[in-house]
Design a protein around this ligand. Structure first.
Ligand SMILES: *[C@@H]1O[C@H](CO)[C@@H](O)[C@H](O)[C@H]1NC(C)=O
Ligand SMILES: *[C@@H]1O[C@H](CO)[C@@H](O)[C@H](O)[C@H]1NC(C)=O
Ligand SMILES: *[C@@H]1O[C@H](CO)[C@@H](O)[C@H](O)[C@H]1NC(C)=O
Ligand SMILES: *[C@@H]1O[C@H](CO)[C@@H](O)[C@H](O)[C@H]1NC(C)=O
Ligand SMILES: *[C@@H]1O[C@H](CO)[C@@H](O)[C@H](O)[C@H]1NC(C)=O
Ligand SMILES: CC(=O)N[C@H]1CO[C@H](CO)[C@@H](O)[C@@H]1O
Length: 435
């Protein structure tokens, strides 16, 4: 394989997670063999998504990325995470369709505790510690941890556990996150599959001490998987269930038995059941291993909010090299997203919430669209004011990417026009202004 740059591996991992999540949602909750096999992004499924829309796995991974990249205020990383998960839960922040349409039970319980607990001054570890509460919800969003901290694997494994504890604190979850962090770091470091999946000695990435797994042994059930259960078993023993051990086993099974990103992705999601999550867990490792250029271009182009995601991925790469203030490009593009998302969820989307106040006229609808546009313009206006801090290329990049984010919201509105206007605009298409 050609030499793959680190930034390509990092964006490969983040896009890999999101795209395989999106790939899998088409057959989520369906029994393997009962559906037309997934061959490409096709949307549909339980949530009737569009091709390229991702689910809770993707949204939580993006929330986690942004929480980790935030180095402005001094609150604990676990609280930053929970604040963003809460925004996703309540307002659809970083959701591919602007709402939180699915959430794991364990995550919801932890978030509700966080929301009702007024003391948020220390840490926000609300995960259930029982082994019976070992869902896949913290592993499925893990990627940003190894991507950001790959230079210091011993720190990364601790951060992986800490990030899990916010919602999933069982030993099985913590240990799954720990070993998977080591594997993703190894993939970023360019190790072969033989090395990563070696069962004679558990894989140790560069920078972690050789006796790490001896001094910090894995839980026996996690060890059984890592010691190669996925090499011996096949479906129906390999199951895409919501149990973290089985999800990880299924993802490794798909990674081990295939030779390209795409082949493994299809193998993973065609297990059905928790297909999106097996996909996400497969995709974050395989994407780091194969790099972004080995992910089908057509998939990347369809990914909702891909310019925002590319910006987040660029910043993860930048901050993984040296921790510093976030770049102006990242800051500005995130601000554009934030402002548009606020108006979208607070005003436009509110029209379809219970007790709907749907559009009563074309004028009303157009006013909202106009306001969305002016919010966008206002955020970008300030770019002309701090000219000396920013190069022309950076400015161009901000404009280009911001524009596609605005377009993405307009597409969401179009996707939603039925429910936005269902009551009275039966025969009017708000997008073609008929006389
Ligand atoms: C933790 O999860 C277990 C198993 O699902 C459940 O029985 C228990 O009530 C949970 N504990 C709390 C504090 O929610
Ligand atoms: C992570 O967890 C460890 C062990 O509980 C704790 O000592 C450390 O302060 C935590 N670090 C962060 C950044 O959360
Ligand atoms: C790991 O797997 C190998 C070969 O499959 C086996 O010989 C070894 O006993 C296993 N290790 C443990 C601790 O079970
Ligand atoms: C980071 O930002 C702070 C506050 O905005 C500023 O004071 C500091 O100089 C910046 N540091 C670097 C390295 O740019
Ligand atoms: C911005 O978009 C224009 C037009 O599509 C393109 O020519 C230019 O190279 C882009 N610039 C950057 C920095 O992305
Ligand atoms: C048991 C469990 O927690 N399953 C979760 C696995 O991940 C999906 C995310 O797509 C959740 O919806 C499930 O609840």
């Amino acid at each position: 394989m050609n030499k793959i740059s680190l930034s390509d591996r990092i964006s490969g991992s983040l896009f890999g997670l999101l795209l395989c999540d999106s790939l899998g949602t088409a057959v989520e909750c369906q029994i393997s063999g009962s559906f037309d096999p997934v061959k490409s992004l096709r949307g549909g499924g339980k949530f009737q998504l569009k091709p390229g829309q991702f689910t809770d796995d993707g949204s939580m991974a993006l929330c986690l990325s942004i929480a980790l990249l935030d180095n402005e205020n001094n609150i604990h990383s676990s609280i930053k995470q929970m604040n963003l998960y809460q925004r996703w839960y309540e307002n659809g922040y970083l959701s591919s369709n602007g709402e939180c349409f699915d959430i794991g039970i364990t995550v919801r319980i932890a978030l509700n505790k966080f929301i009702s607990n007024s003391d948020q001054s220390e840490t926000a570890y609300y995960g259930n510690t029982s082994d019976k509460a070992s869902g896949n919800g913290s592993l499925m969003r893990l990627a940003p941890i190894p991507l950001l901290y790959y230079q210091d694997p011993s720190h990364a494994v601790i951060e992986a556990m800490n990030s899990s504890k916010t919602t999933h604190a069982s030993l099985l979850c913590l240990d799954s996150c720990r070993i998977y962090t080591a594997l993703i770091i190894g993939a970023l470091q360019g190790f072969s599959k033989d090395d990563l999946l070696n069962t004679d000695h558990l894989f140790v990435p560069n920078g972690l001490s050789n006796d790490y797994w001896i001094n910090n042994p894995l839980d026996a059930d996690v060890f059984k998987v890592i010691n190669g259960s996925y090499k011996q078993l096949n479906p129906p023993e390999i199951k895409a269930s919501g149990f973290v051990i089985e999800t990880m086993e299924a993802a490794l099974w798909a990674f081990y038995h295939t030779n390209s990103f795409e082949e493994g992705a299809l193998k993973a999601v065609n297990l059905g059941n928790d297909a999106d999550t097996v996909g996400a867990i497969y995709g974050m490792l395989a994407g780091a291993f194969y790099g972004i250029d080995h992910i089908p271009n057509e998939w990347k182009e369809k990914c909702y909010f891909n310019d925002l995601i590319q910006t987040i991925s660029d910043e993860l790469f930048r901050q993984s090299q040296i921790r510093t203030n976030v770049s102006i490009v990242y800051k500005k593009i995130l601000e554009v997203y934030d402002e548009l998302a606020k108006f979208y969820s607070g005003t436009i989307k509110r029209r379809v919430l219970p007790c709907p106040k749907q559009y009563k006229s074309m004028e009303e609808f157009n006013e909202d669209i106009q306001q969305l546009n002016s919010i966008y313009e206002n955020v970008l206006k300030s770019l002309d004011e701090d000219q000396e801090m920013i190069t022309n290329d950076e400015k161009q990049l901000i404009f280009n990417r911001s524009k596609t984010i605005l377009k993405q919201f307009l597409i969401l509105i179009e996707d939603d026009k039925h429910s936005l206007t269902i009551k009275w605009l039966r025969n009017v298409n708000p997008f073609s202004q008929k006389k």
